[in-house]
Design a protein around this ligand. Sequence first.
Ligand code: HEC
Ligand code: HEC
Length: 493
Amino acid sequence: MQKRVCLTSSCLLFLLSACGGSSSPAPGGDGVPDANVDVARDPFAPQPDTSEGLTNVSADLRALLENGALATACADYAAAPADRRKRLLCGKAMFFYEGFGTAGVPVPLADWLIANFPDDVGPGFGKLGMVPDPFSTKSYPLGLAPGAPIGSVGTLAFTCASCHFGKLPDGRYAVGAANHAYDYGRMNLMLTVVPAMAMPGANEAAHDPGALAAVKPLRDRMAANPGIQTSLITAMLPLISGGGASLPEFTAENESYYARWRSGTMDFFIQPLPFDDRVHTISKISSLWCLPTRSELTAAGIPSAMLSWTGGTTSLEHFLTGFVDLGGGKVADWPDARLAPLHDYIESLRAPAPAAAPADVSRGRAVFVVECQSCHGGPRGMGDRFYTYEEIGTDDAMKWWADGPDHDGQPCCGLRFLPGDTLTHALKSPRLVGMWAASRFLHNGSLDSLEQLLCLAPRPDVTVPAFGSRGHDFGCALPDDERTALVQYLRAH
Ligand code: HEC
Ligand code: HEC
């Protein structure tokens, strides 16, 4: 059932100040700010720095990794639990290296890919958009860390850093950046289709043609160097013979999805996760900058942090517990208190200011107030309610996210939602910070720039379900100079 939900009676808050005195009339609108816009409130007002001096943005990767201090950070914190700086350092160590006891990529497989495919995988999976860990002696990336073994074989589990850490367009690295360069779909095909095709008796017809094409350079290299194939078989023997584990494998249909995701986008409720909602929908990786704190939400009259694109996760605590659960970790081993350092660390992450000094953005700010702030007026531009796909016009494949295949309004396929978390069948209006550093836009990552979003540059015209690039054409009819001013404004914070 679709509802337009105003999350709060204090949506009324937005009615309080509609004087509009500080905004210039916007040609293209009617010149009068919407009645429900609080122009006095600047959604992008500077926030306090709560980072305790940690280096979360830097061109120097070792400095960003606190020059090796993360290795003992959680032990150091355990010895001094009242020390907030140590607590945040422990949270940072968790962000980069904690796999929550889940099993991940078999180590021999990762080693084999790194050693044999310099052009397509490369040291630290760098060719797939991951960042090599300067402290790894085995050329592993940041974002893959020791996980639970499968039988006698070690694994590398995914950590937050694989998707939420990356390089900014100006060359600096930033914790919390959405890693839109990360080719997660192709990486997973390298971990499944490539080994399957290297094994004796491999059957090409069992695989999706698009997936085979995506890993063709690796197969060509194996064909030219038979030793590469033999070394995989040798390396994988302990996995196949010991512990009864088999190589991860996807259905051909799921392979076809993995093959089509653009970098920085993915579906989660699909193999290899134990939950499959039978809904193919694509999520763009979000940045983790400036998540609203509980007190900010209270002050804005918004009762939920509205996390994830559907906005159904009410708090960061819930998100973290859900992450452990979805990844196959034991929730009982990870109570809020144990996750607290990670929670507090994430809350301390701020969007890095663009290196280039922002131009005067007062014009763009004025346009934003009139055209955008009614939906992007909460902390850092988040909205205060849910929006239906009909209202926004963007691709609606996500409408049935986690509610397939029966669409009965209840979380499907064994998913456990925490109290208060809901299926919304709708979208939240996202925070708009760090936009200057993003290279994917909209929930499914179908657009590449703010210029495309505001129709200053042609949009790719994609209508394939889940990939659709239409909708959210707010502002598109404004004069060019207004839209250019808006882009500058959005890139300034
Ligand atoms: C393999 C990639 C991947 C990994 C690993 C990952 N995330 Fe995410 N994260 C995503 C994607 C994609 C989204 C957007 C999903 C959605 O909203 O539907 C997201 C969304 C989020 C959000 C919601 C942000 C918002 O503004 O709504 C939070 C919070 C988050 N992730 C935290 C984490 C933390 C903490 C970790 C580590 C424990 C983590 N993620 C690991 C890909 C990942
Ligand atoms: C009716 C409410 C509404 C209005 C008006 C609105 N937005 Fe949005 N905005 C949303 C929603 C909801 C989304 C998420 C849509 C999606 O991803 O499918 C969004 C997404 C965005 C994004 C993409 C962010 C990202 O991380 O991909 C940007 C940028 C944005 N809006 C800017 C603007 C600007 C600029 C204006 C004014 C010209 C504006 N919006 C007007 C509701 C609105």
